[in-house]
Design a protein around this ligand. Structure first.
Ligand code: SF4
Length: 275
């Protein structure tokens, strides 16, 4: 029942309701620990009890960038909860957060699950739709919902009672990446109605040597974008292993370019954090 501090997307990361994923994204950090299959925890009640106790006894300074009032918990760090919802007692989990005076649930997803819209979480569940240019998603996130469908779903999920943000992650730097993001931002401008409510988080690619080697065996085409030593450098991860990220002298330039474009096209989409 380990509840880990985060401070970026959410204040904390809950114990896993599921571990593994039925998607197969090229850049997934979790897949290098569990390449295949999905395990679903059977002790949902115990996990919710742990979150309940933690929320009551762990003071968090509010407001902060994760939420003005509630203590936020990412419930899906090792899976795609929306994709796997049918394997979970998801309504019980959502009801827990809906009715909790302190705790709020959140998760990122690449799947537009229409069943979730029949539930009204009264703003206590945040869905973060992950977005990247469609042609990159086709290569790196096979079989996930189309980017345009994730963007179009934003209004419907807000109407249903969800808090909705977007998650530009991972940002992969390659030829014409800024033109591709401009097109993506234009789509958001065209389709998002609730422009004052939808915030963003932006995370540039961190790759991993072990995952790189697995990808080379299974789908080498993904490594043309992910493995780019000319602009990347090594970093030893806090969880062990060698990670690869954009070089220290280049990343600030990429971040500035992303922010300038974002500010020009969709200034309403407040960036909560970018790194
Ligand atoms: S949806 Fe998330 S957990 Fe699933 S494979 Fe993709 S990155 Fe990994």
């Amino acid at each position: 029942m380990l509840i880990r501090p985060s401070g970026r997307s959410t204040d904390f990361i809950s114990p896993s309701f599921g571990y593994g994923c039925l998607y197969n994204c090229s850049y997934c950090y979790m897949k290098r620990h569990k390449p295949d299959g999905l395990s679903i925890s059977t002790n949902t009640g115990d996990i919710l009890t742990a979150i309940n106790n933690h929320a009551y006894f762990t003071p968090v300074n509010k407001p902060n960038q994760t939420h003005a009032d509630y203590t936020t918990y990412d419930i899906s760090c090792n899976e795609d909860f929306a994709l796997h919802a049918k394997y979970h007692d998801w309504e019980r989990i959502f009801e827990f957060f809906r009715d909790h005076p302190v705790a709020m649930g959140a998760f990122a997803t690449k799947y537009v699950n229409p069943n979730l819209i029949n539930f009204d979480p009264q703003g206590k569940i945040r869905i973060r739709f992950s977005l990247m240019p469609q042609h990159m998603s086709d290569i790196h996130e096979p079989n996930t919902s189309k980017i345009i469908d994730r963007i179009k779903a934003i209004n419907a999920f807000i109407d249903a009672g969800y808090d909705v943000h977007v998650n530009f992650s991972p940002v992969i730097v390659e030829d014409d990446w800024l033109e591709d993001y401009e097109y993506l931002f234009d789509m958001m401008n065209d389709y998002v109605d609730y422009k004052d409510q939808v915030h963003a988080e932006v995370i540039f690619l961190t790759h991993n040597e072990k995952k790189h080697e697995e990808n080379l065996k299974k789908h080498p085409e993904t490594e043309l974008h992910l493995w780019n030593p000319a602009i990347q450098e090594e970093k030893i991860s806090q969880y062990g292993g060698t990670n690869i990220r954009y070089a220290k002298h280049l990343k600030p330039l990429y971040i500035d370019a992303f922010k300038a474009l974002h500010e020009r096209v969709i200034p309403w989409n407040k960036i909560r954090y970018i790194f």
